[in-house]
Design a protein around this ligand. Sequence first.
Ligand code: ITT
Ligand code: NA
Length: 188
Amino acid sequence: HTLRFVTGNEGKVEEAREYLEGLATVEQVGYDYTEIQHDDLAAIARRGARESYDAIAAEDQEIDGVLVDDTGLFVDALDGFPGPYSAYVEGTVGVERVWELASAEENRRAHFRTVLAYADENGVEIFEGSVAGTLVEPRGEGGFGYDPIFAYNGQTLAEMTAAEKNAISHRGRALAAFADWYAERTEE
Ligand code: ITT
Ligand code: NA
């Protein structure tokens, strides 16, 4: 089975490949779906997956389904900022500045949330995962995005391998839910 993962983010693809090895081959697709402005990650992912599937299936009738991932970092003391705006904030002020904002707060708790949307001819299915942790001064060379400032059990996500990160992360948990569903569905 080949899954089309519609994303411009290679870090996401690497983690999906690591997790889904043996279940499906993951192919990165660069289709640029409309990212609607919404405070709900699931709404963004659902719309993106449906739009991508319609566009890609129109070109290639052989395709099975497409996967879209929308993720956000939610900082407790900042009322959930940057949340659904995490990509915009990373691209403008950057990860270090988010850490500076958080470091001025006593409460450093935050969580990541991932919504995976899988779209095929039958519609869209949603799978979610989250992880709670603490924001710290940037550490580590692995991962991507906000990983260097997010610590879980004393280690930042950037200090973990992709497999270690998948075992505890927002995306790993969403991929686990997806993999269960997908394995059952492809058994038939
Ligand atoms: P696509 O939309 O093309 O998939 P993106 O990087 O724009 O890629 P999002 O819209 O989901 O992805 O943006 C989420 C932001 O959070 C973005 O700045 C990512 O770098 C970051 N991010 C996503 N997953 C992450 C993870 O597992 N660890 C750290 N940062 C992450
Ligand atoms: Na994005």
